[in-house]
Write a new protein. Structure first.
Length: 221
């Protein structure tokens, strides 16, 4: 059942204003709505203040959470910054993805469960700008990759990309555990990036068990 928002058009002219009006009509604060949508409270604040607008899929989720018509919500004017042609506008229009951080021992489940919702396994979230939503993040603690990723570097992988190019960093299920390595094709092998010479390349007949390809890494200090 949709909720009717009885406010002057001047107060609900933009998408952000309509989100704010519907949220208040539902007696929700920004934090409560953020929890419903699995985003951060600053994201809600950015939508409502017109810093950027939610994308179409998220608009549908907002409409459902606030029990308003998607047509009413989406028909609001876009924010001024979204319409702006300032160099920053392109960045502000980029999709903000709230990537679930999952335990490393759970990430390989996507190989057997293609429809796995990593949000159900999330222990935290990291917001990034990306063109895809098929992302999951894990903390690296692997001596075989210590030159590239010191302990507790957060790596984000795109689990829809399972055909890595030459030299790509891939997360692979190998001998029952997920490992991150550099993929080389001639000969086919997974290479470590380590200060310890005891870590050797893993030679393969073919690449299999690919969980995803590295998208970005984040080092916390």
């Amino acid at each position: 059942m949709s909720l009717a928002i009885d406010l002057p058009d001047s107060e609900t002219s933009t998408i952000g204003a309509r989100i704010r009006a519907a949220r208040r009509a539902r007696h929700l604060n920004q934090g409560a709505l953020a929890q419903k949508l699995r985003v951060s409270q600053p994201t809600i604040a950015n939508w409502e203040s017109g810093i950027h607008d939610p994308r179409q899929l998220m608009l549908a989720k907002i409409a459902e959470a606030l029990q308003v018509s998607l047509g009413w919500l989406a028909s609001g004017e876009r924010s001024e910054l979204e319409k702006d042609r300032h160099p920053a506008a392109a960045y502000l229009r980029r999709l903000v993805v709230h990537v679930p951080v999952v335990p490393i021992d759970q990430v390989a489940r996507v190989l057997d469960e293609p429809d796995l919702d990593f949000h159900a396994l999330a222990v935290d979230y990291i917001p990034i700008t990306a063109g895809a939503s098929t992302m999951a993040a894990i903390f690296m603690r692997d001596d075989a990759m210590n030159l590239a990723f010191p302990v507790d570097t957060l790596v984000v992988v795109n689990y829809a990309e399972r055909n890595p190019a030459e030299g790509a960093l891939v997360l692979v299920q190998h001998e029952g555990a997920p490992i991150l390595r550099r993929w080389r094709t001639n000969p086919p092998r997974l290479e470590p990036i380590s200060s310890d010479p005891n870590h050797k390349p893993i030679f393969l007949d073919r690449l299999q068990g690919v969980i995803g390809t590295l998208f970005i890494s984040i080092r916390f200090h």
